[in-house]
Design a protein around this ligand. Structure first.
Ligand SMILES: [Zn+2]
Length: 261
């Protein structure tokens, strides 16, 4: 029998791994019977790429469920599973692991009740690493082979202090919104928790993918396989040189290095 390989590497798979992690999806015991765990995706995994990740899974759940723009399912997951997890941790856990410059705030929600939210800067390095693992898993699910090449990622839910980065974020989002209108298939059987969308390869052979958690937190990926050409984009080069550059996408202008405004 042919041996099955891991979704991340060439080792033999010994188990299966949920992508995204199971803990992001509310459990039936919390939802009083509503099922947010329909047809979850699993991919074959080796010991190394599965067992050592349980801490990361919880970190990811705490980071994503706490985001303020989340839909009601995300809020719900924060109030139940995330709060239980935090109670088990010592006081420094959030500050050290999940959010930098962390503070609790009370806000009034639409039903008139107050709820406590966590505000701070996400630990983006660790978050990026977790999300990249999910991207590899979804690539495997989509193309039935592990991805070999370079993976670029951009987080739509991070507020960047650099103005160019903020503009670039809007530019990328617009690009993905245009793709979305082309009716690429949206995948994921529990869209209130998570869905994703692969795009056709572009002129350079790059494959784009968007993930959306709790209806709000978007992460964008670009898979550059071994056969893809290196894209050379004059506007991007000028932008990085600090020269005022305007990029236009579907009639909307994005201005980089704009000193006047
Ligand atoms: Zn592996």
């Amino acid at each position: 029998m042919k041996k099955v390989k891991c979704y991340m590497c060439d080792r033999e798979a010994t188990t299966r791994e949920h992508v995204p992690p199971l803990c992001l999806f509310p459990a039936v015991k919390d939802t009083k019977g509503v099922n947010f765990r329909k047809n979850l995706i699993t991919v074959p995994s080796c010991d190394i790429h599965n067992s050592k990740k349980s801490d990361d899974d919880e970190f990811l759940m705490l980071s994503l469920s706490g985001l303020i723009k989340n839909n009601i399912v995300g809020n719900f997951q924060q109030l139940t599973k995330a709060n239980r997890a935090l109670k088990r941790k010592n006081k420094n856990f959030i500050e050290k692991q999940v959010l930098r410059n962390h503070k609790f705030y009370k806000i009034k929600s639409t039903d008139g009740k107050f709820r406590t939210i966590s505000v701070g800067n996400p630990n983006t390095e660790r978050l990026s690493n977790c999300l990249k693992h999910i991207a590899y898993g979804l690539y495997f699910e989509e193309f039935k082979e592990s991805f070999k090449g370079e993976l670029e990622m951009f987080l739509g839910f991070i507020e960047y202090s650099n103005k160019n980065m903020q503009t670039f974020k809007k530019y990328i989002k617009k690009g993905f919104d245009i793709e979305k209108e082309l009716n690429r298939e949206i995948k994921g059987n529990n869209p209130a928790v998570f869905y994703y969308q692969f795009h056709e390869p572009d002129n350079f052979g790059l494959i784009g993918m968007r993930m959306v958690f709790y209806g709000a937190a978007e992460a964008y990926f670009s898979f550059k396989g071994k056969n893809a050409e290196k894209p050379f984009d004059l506007a991007t080069a000028l932008m990085l040189e600090g020269i005022k550059t305007t990029m236009e996408l579907d009639g909307e202008k994005f201005i980089f290095n704009d000193e006047e405004s």
